[in-house]
Design a protein around this ligand. Sequence first.
Ligand code: BG6
Length: 582
Amino acid sequence: MPDILALTAPQNVLPAFTQHCALLGHHEHQLALILAGEAQPALHKLTLSAPVQAIQFPQAHSNWLMASFSTSGAISPYLHQSRLSVAALGHCDEHASWCQRYQLLPSASLSQLVTAMLASELNDGQTLASSLHQLATTLSGHYAVIVQDQLQPQYLYALQGGLGLWVGQEDGLRQICTTSAKAMRQSANSAYEMKPQEVVRFGLSQPTFIAADESTAPISMSSGKQIQVPHHMLDEIQSQTHTLAAQVDRYHSGKLFSTALLAKLSALRSITLVASGSSFHAAMIASYWLEQLGGCKVQVELASEYRFREVHPAPDEMLIGISQSGETADTLEAIRLAQRKGAAQTVALTNAPGSTLTSLCDHTLLTESGHELSVSSTKSFTAQLLLLYQFALALGQARKALSSEALQTAEQQMRRLSAAVQTTLEHSKEIRRWASELHRKANLFVIGRHAMYPVALEGAFKFKEVAYQNATGYAAGELKHGPITLIDEELPVIACLPWNEHAERMLSNLHEIRSNHGEIFVLSDGNLASSERFHVIHMPTGLGNLSPITYVIALQLLAYHCALQRGNVIDTPRNLQKARTS
Ligand code: BG6
């Protein structure tokens, strides 16, 4: 998972940094860091292979450093005129118009943009503290920023706009990072999670809040142990603000799709998506985007079925294997079969670089959501979705199926995504309340229409995987063709109801459920009020086609809380493995 981080220490900070790198999990990482020792600060880029054992640093000693980690190298701190060092992660609203205002290319990174904004304030005679407060009030979005100014090299500054940023200290070592609780839990004695609009200054002395007029106030830090997250699944659900913001950044870096892959898109006649489990649901959701935004015919296939069929791949068909692990036997065999039958263009969409799937396929699309420790997919699932959405946009452009207005709208929606995910997570209390009722039920229905149908399937799948509840996902329009007979007081229905052109029909489905005495739990961005046996959680608005991501996150959280209240083991559910290799 991409991260930004800064460390300071009275002694050489590099050994502590090496330890930090060792926490990175199983991916190869591109590390970009600004180091300053006796010499001027300089930017260095290195590749780390995990597990990290030894790192050859370009210099032997440094009291502070600022670093970014990502698997693509798309995120990097920015060094301006050997004076300002800025590491920024996430995105801001109106990125392109801010870039234009500061005479930057629209593809400028957030670090470059923040640097330009701060440099302009400093040139106008402002202090760094007031410039940072100004930044925090003008820039909306979902981001975290760490800054160092060579004119006062003893200090680093940090602020966050909705993306978690943690200050920690352990003996003389001070650290600030976006790694959520993980790194802090393992290494910091005391820690503090920053809030939006706060600016923190830290160096060799205690970290403090600093106001625009440079007055300081102490930070009350709590024990690092108090920020433990009880389960990897919850940690991974919560980290989606962060993983998705970074994925939006990667899209804007323009480096997401290789030229070789882009060159294939205009001539395609159809796309086949083949996958298992949650990845199959991601494929189903993406099929709506690939048809609508990409203007292409799409088939979605269950790998475990496809691999035993007499398939006839066409030369102008692209086969995309989706697997977060890249090792699921059914998906690998499906790709092998298609290749034997003449499939000419294969793509691996995975979270695992170097996996068998990537070695089988002609092209690779990497989700960079970081190693997922819980067996049930959460952050890797939404990373698949966002990457497939971005692929649909690339497809639509290559095939001239997408107007520039539609592209602009889609990109605006993407920029809102991380904040919308945060808003969804803030419903945690209501979701827990729903779970206190729902976890007692043996059977549940989850329903939706259009792209919310596979969202319902994935939600139901989560209930089965971790809560061991018999949840069934249905296309809401199918209820009347049979399953409506099962509706009664004992069978709650969870409904995904975005306020779009399908809402009317969905409401009439809910009406029918009510008249059969069903209890309904609705996730909706519509103006609905809760009433007896009709419970509403209000979802964020303005996401358009991307709303499946927030709805699925609400369902992940709901299934998690049901599992918790049922007393289940969360991260390693019975009978399940992360990837079925046989
Ligand atoms: C199963 C897991 O074994 O594999 C599911 O239990 C997962 O959670 C499925 O969705 C497919 O995995 P992958 O790695 O191919 O996406």
